[in-house]
Design a protein around this ligand. Sequence first.
Ligand code: PEP
Ligand code: MG
Length: 914
Amino acid sequence: MTGATRMIYHFGGGEADGNKDMKDLLGGKGANLAEMSGLGLPVPPGFTITTEVCLEYLRKGGHPEGLREEVASAMASIEKRMEQRFGDARRPLLVSCRSGARASMPGMMDTVLNIGLNDETVKGLAAASGDERFALDCYRRLIEMYGDVVMRTGREEYHRALEKAKHEAGVEEDRHVPVQALQALIVRYKEIAKASAGRAFPEDPKEQIWGAIEAVFRSWNGARAREYRRIHSLPDDWGTAVNVQAMVFGNLGDDCGTGVAFTRSPATGETGLYGEFLPNAQGEDVVAGIRTPQPIRRNASAPGLSLEETMPAIYKELSGFAETLEKHYREMQDIEFTIQKGRLFTLQTRRGARTGQAAVRIAVAMTREGLIVSDEALLRVEAARLADLLADSFPEGTRVTAQRDGRLLGNGLNAGPGAASGKAAFTADAAYAMARGGHDNVPVILVRGETSPEDIKGMEAARGILTARGGMTSHAAVVARGMGKPCVVGFGALVVGEDGRSCRVGERTILEGEFLSIDGTTGDVMLGEIATTSSEIVKVLVDRSLKPEASALYRDYETLMSWADGARRMKVRSNSDTPSDAATARRLGAEGIGLCRTEHMFFGADRIVAVREMILADAKPQRQKALAKILPMQREDFLGIFRAMDGLPVTIRLLDPPLHEFLPRESAAIDEVAAQMGVTARTVRERVERLAESNPMLGHRGCRLGLTHPEIYEVQLQAVFEAALAAAREGVQVYPEVMHPLVGTGEEIRRLRAMTVAMAERILSDQKPAIPWLVGTMIEVPRACIAAAEIAADAQFFSFGTNDLTQMTYGYSRDDTRNFLPVYIAERILPSDPFASIDQPGVGRLVTMAVEEGRRVNPKLKIGVCGEHGGDPASVEFFDRAGLDYVSCSAYRVPIARLAAAQAALKALGGKRR
Ligand code: PEP
Ligand code: MG
């Protein structure tokens, strides 16, 4: 920091030398206080010490030279404007000292109010206000806040002393403590401060203000603030600004008060002033939640209490300020205000936090009102928050209530958004039997250590899925998102009993049939049944149980999505495995299927035995016999999907997982396959053992399977093309795209392509008009990226399988990250979960390399992504920059990807469309 750098900026009292665009230097609060002053709003005078000074202080452990003088002259300027003096016994000026970083970090750093009070000035305040009780109460609060924030005494002892005083005086509320009791309390508070800090509370106002400023600087590095930054991925090197401001009092009588107003509803987005206030109170009383605040606007359920009714003139003035601020910022504002003896002051304004629903409605409404243009509206809605609009939810405050009642069991990874409540089932069969067995549809939560493709039936039947192990791309997470089901994975405290009839979480045992509730949006797991509210958007689009005209939210959503579709460059497809999933995806805006995983089709009760027979067969003829049973079923699957996606491309991936996933484990299943094959159970067991692998994810899977057992892929190819032919003959427009998994070399794709072409020619050659079809490959092993040129020569498309690519690039098994990944993220060894959001410098580098190399050899190469990253907004932005043609993700993330793709395109244009 150079001597010439300015350390202090003034605001309030009708003047300001900063503005809203100076957040880096003045923090959000300081910049907005300056802006409000510039707009002529009644901001009590004050000044902001810059974030640079904070950083310098933290670096050096002391103030930069000249700061003392600047603060002194800034204080003199406040004194002049307030016509009061700091430390004056007759007309004492009191100030507050608050932190304010670039981004709001609610409750993370410290505030000290009423600075400037001591045994002398308190008398002046009593005389000037005509209220001795009020003055003493301010003094008491100062000692407590100063003790806690600056002297590090904590607050408990003071609270105990206050409770005792209230008890002795026979009063319930703090504001009723009588004068004498307050005088005694002040003496007691000072004793507490001295005893726990080892030094006396400073009577000198100058010492008070410096103590407070330094404490705010230091609070940037406090444990709470650091933790907050870690959770929200905020950098540690911003520093905080310090705002020193003349106090105004909302606790000087019944013509006073304090509150928070939103310019529109942060819950629903509804137009009109919204918020709460507390008459005769200081700001911290609102936060403390001791008294119930009153509404700002007239409210039928609390007649006569609103600000609108009790202080109509103030209400009118506040409405005017709200309108001014919203028009000026062109954004919904969250405004803090204080009323002092019938005069209104604005103490803060900032962008109001909001739900996903409110974000959509506000963005669309503001565009209609002409405050913003549609491109801005698109950038205003956080794409991931669209999940709020599509998912079922628990009522607000559910977590707090569950915690209070001891029903909150803990928190896992929030793998599939939405809320679900149901009876616990610990096996897929039990889930299926419970959900479908009764007369009505019994709600079930499937609780497993982890899930495998075998559990599909139970997952389908359950309302929600909970697993002890697994990460964001574990089987449970991927499948649940595809089905749009709430899902919590990696809930480490959970141990599922071996009997399959119970589980334990810590000391608690939960039996089959007991109610559990999971919130896949937050990761919370709770005991008991909790009612859920279903999404209006899903009711209109998917269930079709609500008419579009009946939902204003839906209409605004539709408007926003149509703007998004007009702005984006990339296409959005879905990862869907069944005709009904495909239909849902289409209703949510999918422009085709980017990944149809065929393995799930192999698990149906009607076909798993044939599949096992095929795998366990010793010789080709036996395998072909088993495959012949599977062929017609597969053909029907594909036909259904082609019909659902009439006119759109469908990418079908041939069999991918390790064969062992299909093998029978239990005796009954082994006996069944043995009988079917006409061999002994022992033979089957031996073959199962022979197929065991120590590292199946890197073993006999993907195209390695198709090349060593070509008859498996041949049957799948036959089913694809025969289904395409049948669909075309029904008049369906089909665009099949055959995708080979796990390709790593040019020779692999060359042979797979030849196999595909041969089958297509055999089946489709006579068809007129010709069915357009493609053959391509997943790019999901690092070698495929590095040697992409070799592969592109024989592929018409690439689709990045970023789940496996992340797994293999890092060498982290995607199903076994639970014991280290959370620690890595907590300790910032990794910035975030690379299975949720793409690692741009590493895995992303491989992606761009493959795009460049692939297109160099094959300029017409179509390129997409079908790993889970296709539904993650930050990753979507990266894929747009990398030049991909489409992203593909789970059906319920399709709207998120559509909006994220639009935002990426707008960012790439750098505002040129506007
Ligand atoms: C991938 O690896 O990214 C992918 C889409 O395939 P799967 O998740 O089925 O392995
Ligand atoms: Mg894969």
